[in-house]
Design a protein around this ligand. Structure first.
Ligand code: SF4
Length: 423
């Protein structure tokens, strides 16, 4: 099989992994090491855009899709009837360098099925990164997917070369993991995440100390400067959104995850009878990302965002019809309308349609002059949505509108103009 045929198989096999962000990396400049490539901090997500509008592209491949494990949800599981391929270390290195030189990619995302053993596989993955960094002086972005059961020494070496490391938590509960991925072990996953987290913190702390003492020699060897991330599969088990978000919050808090990625389960050929026949609606994945953002940056609690009322038709789930912030506001109409001239910043932030930046602007602006309805238009706020939830000196929504039994239907009808994530 030639390299291009392998590429076709192994790039396709890698597409199910959502955790390939390239954001938040450190600056790495090839001019310093006489090599090739560079990364700049603050880049966007894989197949997304940087703040300056550039599209980030990573060569996203598996080293091999042969795998000894039998994770029911995975197309590469040992019993799966798919064409298999395996790259050699040199093939991955050469492809990366060639694609980089041709400007097709800005980095590499490398994962692998488990062959022979966790350590053997991890050694191969690390060897690719080592060769790129040390022999080819490759300065582009490298994200390595690490194998939790691999030895801590190998994970430590991976941290030396990679901008980001990730370990997939896979499923929101240990019970589901045991059932659907019997060879995986929740404790090893947690242990390895903890190891990565302490390596990352140690490196960060050494940099702070070196800055404070103005002594670069105090900086510890580089360790995954762009942090760690993980991925959770949504819809392969019966975990509701509250369980998924609780697991994510725990991971953010315990291991300072840069991101938790949510990947909607997609049915695979010859799937196990343990799995649902259909994937969850894609919008569920989108709502989880929105809720994740609100939990981390807007101060909401999980129970506030998911519907925990006893009479709810879908307890513990996010609304699919409207975004989680609007859904909260609809459930808490008694908290509205909010007087934009008097309310504190946190209260304004809970108004559907007002994001962090505009909440700050409103608070600053009202110090100069009382806010009027037209000030909201000037800030390009989504007036049609906002008008029910706020008062200004010249705007007072009728209380009957908020209290109307069909209030939520106003927004469901406007679904096609749904607010964006940051509002
Ligand atoms: S370990 Fe599990 S999830 Fe990873 S490639 Fe093998 S079967 Fe797929």
């Amino acid at each position: 099989m030639d390299v291009l045929q392998k590429l076709e198989i192994l790039a396709d096999a890698a597409k199910y992994d959502a955790s390939c962000a390239s954001s938040g990396t450190e600056s790495r400049n090839s001019l310093k090491n006489q090599g090739i490539g560079s990364t700049s901090p603050g880049m966007g997500i894989c197949h997304s855009y940087t703040p300056d509008g550039r599209c980030i592209s990573l060569l996203k491949i598996l080293l091999t899709n042969f795998c000894l494990y039998e994770c029911a949800y995975c197309v590469n599981r040992t019993s799966s009837n798919v064409p298999r391929a395996r790259f050699s270390i040199d093939e991955v290195v050469n492809l990366t360098m060639e694609f980089y030189k041709r400007n097709y990619i800005e980095g590499l995302f490398l994962s692998s099925g488990i062959i022979k053993s966790a350590d053997y596989t991890m050694e191969q993955v690390v060897a690719v990164a080592r060769k790129l960094r040390l022999e080819h002086r490759f300065g582009g972005y490298i994200h390595l997917k690490t194998i939790p059961e691999a030895s801590p020494e190998l994970l430590a070496e991976a941290g030396l070369y990679a901008d980001r490391l990730s370990i997939n938590v896979e499923l929101p509960s240990e019970t589901s993991l045991k059932r659907l991925a019997p060879e995986k072990n929740a404790q090893s996953i947690v242990r390895s995440m903890a190891n990565l987290s302490s390596g990352i913190e140690e490196y960060k702390e050494s940099k702070k100390l070196a800055r404070k003492k103005a002594n670069k020699k105090l900086i510890a060897p580089k360790f995954s400067p762009s942090g760690q991330s993980t991925q959770m599969i949504v819809g392969a088990d019966t975990s509701n959104d509250a369980i998924i978000l609780r697991k994510a919050s725990q991971l953010y808090q315990s291991f300072k995850m840069k991101r938790v990625y949510y990947s909607a389960f997609s049915p695979i050929p010859d799937a196990s009878s343990e799995l649902p026949l259909k994937s969850p609606p894609l919008v569920r994945e989108h709502r989880l990302y929105q809720a994740d953002w609100l939990l981390r940056f807007y101060g909401y609690g999980i129970d506030e965002l998911t519907d925990v009322t006893n009479d709810s038709p879908s307890p513990g789930m996010l609304s699919l019809d409207v975004d989680p912030k609007l859904a909260w506001a609809i459930r808490h109409r008694d908290a509205f309308p909010v007087d934009l001239n008097r309310a504190d910043f946190e209260t304004i932030l809970r108004v559907p349609g007002i994001g962090v930046i505009n909440a700050r602007r409103l608070v600053a602006q009202r110090k100069v002059a009382a806010l009027r309805y037209q000030d909201l238009s000037k800030l390009r706020l989504p007036i049609e949505k906002l008008k029910y939830f706020v008062t200004t000196i010249d705007h007072h929504p009728k209380p009957t509108q908020l209290d109307a039994a069909n209030f939520s239907s106003l927004f469901i009808a406007q679904k096609s103009q749904q607010m964006n994530l940051f509002e």
